[in-house]
Write a protein that binds this ligand. Structure first.
Ligand code: SF4
Ligand code: SF4
Length: 176
């Protein structure tokens, strides 16, 4: 989401306790983790190691490059949630991370499918429900096709490059 809670669609969506910041696991690249650290947050308080089954990973459009296999379970580093809502979501101020929110949040609700086409990743997205074409949805969110493709590439490259670092952080989180 480019400007969380700044659009009518997003307000309606979040009011129904859905939306990008509710219900989803937000996976973090190393760049995202460093950004959060720079803002002064204590990492263990805001991130967690979330486990997924192979079926769950196969069933989502999301990333698999960051899923680390440990003791027969797949883990990714995600933002913590409270009552299923991202801990950084303020209903008055929107996203408390602002421009430092994770790359995955920046690209939401859009994603690239296997045919390299931009699609709505979030089936609950109000724009999808209201049959807003992706092109128009991008304009509403203040995004361009080029930006979404570049976020996608950046996320993927970060995950592929940093699997060892991600694994070390996950092992550390699992010890706590
Ligand atoms: S899912 Fe769609 S409508 Fe809902 S908050 Fe995200 S971008 Fe806005
Ligand atoms: S980091 Fe911000 S944009 Fe991302 S899910 Fe949390 S509140 Fe929403």
């Amino acid at each position: 989401m480019k400007k969380p809670l700044s659009r009518n669609f997003c307000l309606s969506c979040t009011a129904k306790k859905r939306g990008c910041c509710v219900g989803y696991y937000i996976s973090l690249t190393m760049k995202d983790i460093k950004n959060i650290e720079k803002l002064g947050y204590q990492l263990e308080k805001v991130i967690t190691a979330q486990d997924f089954t192979k079926a769950e990973l196969d069933g989502c459009h999301g990333w698999q490059d960051n899923a680390i296999l440990i003791n027969k379970k797949y883990y990714t580093i995600t933002l913590r949630k409270k009552n299923d809502v991202c801990i950084f979501l303020s209903h008055k101020q929107g996203c408390l991370l602002g421009k430092n929110r994770p790359l995955e949040c920046k690209t939401y609700p859009f994603w690239l499918n296997k045919k390299n086409q931009i699609i709505y990743q979030d089936r609950y997205c109000y724009m999808l429900k209201h049959k807003i074409p992706v092109k128009q949805g991008l304009t509403i969110m203040g995004e361009s096709e080029k930006e979404v493709r570049s976020y996608f590439k950046e996320i993927r490259n970060d995950y592929l490059k940093n699997q060892k670092k991600q694994k070390a952080i996950i092992l550390n989180l699992l010890k706590k």
